[in-house]
Structure formats: C-alpha cells, structure tokens
Design a protein around this ligand. Structure first.
Ligand SMILES: [Zn+2]
Length: 114
C-alpha cells in the first residue's frame, strides 16, 4: 500500500464498496463546487494496485495519484476536507518528492492539473 493510500484510508469514513470496485461516499467537494450537499454517495474512490482515483458523479470532481507523481492540488484539497492535517500533507509531499519520476514532467503538463 502506498503512503498516499495509507494516509487517505486513515481518514476515510466507513465506505461501501460497489461491485465494480468503487468505494462510495457522500462527496465532500460538492458544496465547494457550488452543488447541493451530496447525500446519495455519488463520490467514488478507487484503489487499484498503487494507483488512486477519485470521481464524483455529482459535481464532477476528479483527482488521483499514481506512483512517481507529486501530490496534485486537487488531491490535497480532498485530503484537507477529509481531515488530513496540514503537517501530514507536508510530510507526504516531501516523502513523495523523493519518488517523483522527473521524466514524467518534461513537458510541464504531467500531473499539474489533477
Ligand atoms: Zn461532488
């Protein structure tokens, strides 16, 4: 399990797993995105091997992470609303920095918008 997954799982509410592998929850980002609070568990998280994906079927918030990537701002925002504290996020960023695959970012677009 990756450090990112560990951190997320430590702060997640109890989640249901759907048959296609999504862990569903009321999306914490809907209100910030100008939508009504989600009460139908339309936010979905997926952990697959070491990759992480998040998608809300209500407000459309999408983010994720895979090994070799930096922590994206949208994933950081999601972590914040899940209650991950700032110190923990900073530590995670630093730990991930050592593992960043620099090549991935040679065009300056890799991972910058997720
Ligand atoms: Zn949402």
């Amino acid at each position: 399990m990756s450090l990112v997954e560990n951190t997320l799982r430590a702060h997640l509410p109890t989640l249901k797993t759907t048959s296609n592998g999504w862990l569903t929850m009321n999306c914490p980002m809907c209100v910030q995105n100008g939508h009504r609070p989600d009460s139908k568990r339309r936010g979905g998280l997926k952990f697959e091997q070491d990759r992480i994906g998040y998608h809300c079927f209500n407000c459309g918030y999408t983010t994720g992470w895979r090994p070799g990537q930096k922590l994206g701002i949208k994933l950081i925002k999601l972590m914040r609303v899940l209650g991950v504290d700032e110190g923990e996020i900073q530590r995670l960023k630093i730990q991930l920095w050592d593992q960043v695959v620099v090549d991935d970012d040679w065009l300056g677009i890799g991972g910058t918008n997720i």
